[in-house]
Every structure is written in C-alpha cells, then in structure tokens.
Write a protein that binds this ligand. Structure first.
Ligand SMILES: [Mg+2]
Length: 401
C-alpha cells in the first residue's frame, strides 16, 4: 500500500470541562512562577498584554500541529506534535513531496529518509517534531490497515496496566485522584539566589509532609538551573527523599550533566525530554549521565525513534519514562509495550480540583487514567476517534489564536 497524501496543519486543542473547579489550581498560598532557562532576562518573563503566555514563549499559533497520512485506499492515520506553523511547513514543503508514493508500511525506511533529508538544517528540534508527527501518523495508519492496536505491533502488552504519576502543583488533588507519585516543578532557580533556594525547600518539605512516606515525590528544574545550583539544591532537599531530580540543565550541556552525575552519586537523575533522535541517548548511556531517560514520543522522532531509545536504555540498565507519555495515546501504547518503560507521566490536562480527568481529554479516543493506572484503548491504530470535522475546527481555532 502506497502513501497517497501527507498534509499537516497547525491546530489548537479546545477543552471545555463541564464541571466547575472546586477551587483554584496551584500551590497552597497562590500561584508561583516556574524555573525557566530565560529567567535571567526580566524582559522575557513579562506576560504580554492580554495574553496568557510570557514573552519568551513562541506565539500561540505555534502550539500544536496535526499531520494526516492517507493511503491509496483512503485509510488515514493521524499524528500530532508541537510548534505548529514551522513544523507544518517542514512536513508540507519538504517531507510530503518526497514520501508520497512510498510504501506506507515501511516505517523504518521513511523515518531514515526524513532524518537524512533534514540533516542539512539539523534533524533535531523543529525537524524532529516534524519527523515525530509523520512517524506516529504512519504507525496509526499501519495499525488501522492491519486492524490491530499499535501496542500489539510493538510486541504486545508488557504490563497489565501502567503506573502513572501526576506532574504539577496541586498535590492534594492528585492524591484524591488516586496517584501514588507526583512531581513538582520548582518555582525558583539561580536568579532568585538563597531566598529562592529556601522557598524551593519549603515547597518540597510541605509537599513531603502532605504525601507522607507511601507516595513518591520528584522535582523538575525545566532546563533552568546550573551545575552549582543543582548540587546545592539536591543537598538541601536530601532529607525529603526525592525519587529523582529532573531536567536541571540546558539539554546541550552534556559535560554539565557529567559534572552533576559525578558530584551527586546518591541522587537519581532524569532527563531527555529535550533530546532529539536516538543519538544523544546513546551518548548519555555510554557516559551514564542519568538513571532515567525521558524521551517525548511526539518530539524525539516518533514511535520509531522511541523504540530505538528504549532498546539503548534497556541494554545499558537505564529506565525510561516517556515525557508526558500518558497525555496522548501515542505514549500510552509505547509505555504499555516496552519493558524499559517503568512509569507513565501525566503532565498535560491534569484536571482542576473536582473536575474528572475524563473531561480534560484533548484528543478524542485518548484512554483516561483511573485510580493512578492506565490501560490504552485496544481499537485499531492508536484508537483515536478524531473526525475530519474535529480537525477542521481545531485548525480554525489555531488560525484565530
Ligand atoms: Mg520534565
């Protein structure tokens, strides 16, 4: 079966939960900032007039992208990724004309073609988002053509259900939802100095007190710390027994990761959501920079890249937890099938207090976490229930963003 058409379009998810939140979301005591790599420049932290986002963030039209791959018989698969406008341009102008007419089942070959086509402008970053969107659409199509769920094409279920953790600030609500592990995004980094360090400790101390000893607790620095601060922070937080410390440096600071590893031999370390394609994971595995890899299946090169990353990790005795893996069916199917993947992260669409998780589904057909565990849909492909009408409405929402 040949590929007849590949088309990508920026989309914006529209989620309108019916239930009203019981109270405001956030840390007890109000909303806090988050550590961000650009925080050293005050002009980049300002919210732009009338907008939700801060100045450093890409424009709203860039939020998401949908990619539809259609086969000769009219069957189509759907992929998504982020950074809508530039990623759609890479897919439509560069990848699509060269992939149409190819065998739609040849996922390894098509992935390799896209990596090699984009090499001249860097196959990581934006190109990697584009590769991911096309690749997961191809896997969805393959599952639909074979009438099997994608996790069966990846080797079949490896676990009965996926243990999930919630990432965010509303720990009490996550406990109520049945999560037995949770991750806090640190509000303060090197820019806020000793006072910020003290406030980070206060938040982690209060959260540990709230969750007790039977719930695992993690902390995320979202690329915004540095080596010295990371070491100091980890030593300060040691009494609160973090399961892991995550994403503390810029993704390219490989020698920085080596320094943190050497100076914190006792602390479990995790990163990888901003590493693209399998190569950085292979390099990190050979130097054992972290204990847990966190590739994003929709950013790092799709299911095809994620399988390779899982195999690299498994052979090196490193665990994998797909970044935001429980947010969409793509990561759910991967996590269900791969022995290297130990947990599932729910980071987007964790509902506000009192709102059922089912009301927060962004992509129709996405399976919902129940009492801290998830089982993916067993419908063909990724089990998506997306229609052409839904796609047109989501594209319209992006155009008017
Ligand atoms: Mg993270």
């Amino acid at each position: 079966m040949k590929i007849k058409e590949i088309r990508a379009v920026p989309i914006k998810f529209q989620v309108q939960p019916k239930t009203k939140p019981r109270r405001q979301v956030g840390f007890p005591g109000g909303k806090k900032p988050f550590v961000r790599p650009a925080n050293r420049y005050p002009q980049l932290r300002k919210p732009e007039a009338g907008e939700r986002r801060e100045a450093w963030q890409p424009p709203d039209q860039w939020q998401n992208v949908a990619c539809v791959v259609t086969a000769e018989d009219g069957t189509w698969g759907l992929g998504i990724s982020v950074m809508g406008t530039p990623v759609a341009a890479i897919i439509n102008a560069h990848f699509a004309p060269n992939l149409v007419g190819e065998n739609c089942m040849a996922t390894e070959k098509l992935w390799d073609m896209m990596v090699r086509m984009s090499a001249m402008y860097g196959s990581n970053g934006l190109a990697s988002y584009a590769i991911s969107a096309v690749d997961v659409a191809l896997w969805d199509l393959k599952g639909k053509l074979l009438r099997r769920p994608v996790y069966e094409l990846l080797g079949g279920p490896q676990k009965d259900k996926i243990f999930c953790y919630a990432s965010g600030s509303d720990t009490a609500w996550y406990l109520e939802l049945g999560f037995k592990a949770t991750k806090i995004f640190l509000p303060y980094g090197p820019v806020e100095g000793l006072d910020g360090l003290r406030q980070n400790e206060e938040i982690i101390a209060r959260t540990r007190e709230l969750v007790g000893d039977e719930v695992d607790l993690m902390a995320d620095g979202w690329m915004g710390l540095d080596v010295e601060y990371t070491v100091r922070l980890a030593e300060t937080l040691r009494p609160y027994r973090l399961k892991w410390l995550e994403d503390y440096l810029l993704p390219e600071e490989v020698d920085g990761y080596a320094a943190v590893r050497q100076r914190l031999p006792w602390q479990a370390l995790a990163t990888g959501e901003h590493w693209y394609l399998p190569m950085p994971f292979a390099q990190a595995a050979s130097r054992r920079l972290v204990d847990i890899f966190q590739p994003d299946v929709l950013w790092a090169g799709g299911i095809t890249a994620a399988i390779k990353i899982c195999h690299i990790a498994e052979a090196a005795g490193i665990s994998v937890i797909a970044h935001g893996g429980m947010n969409y069916p793509y990561g759910q199917h991967l996590s269900y099938a791969m022995p290297a993947i130990v947990w599932g992260e729910k980071s987007e669409g964790v509902s506000a207090p009192g709102v059922p998780l089912a009301e927060m589904v962004k992509l129709p057909g996405t399976a919902v976490i129940k009492n801290g565990y998830l089982v993916p849909s067993d419908a063909p492909g990724f089990g998506l229930e997306v229609t052409q009408v839904w796609l047109e409405e989501a594209a319209q929402a992006a155009r008017s963003a």
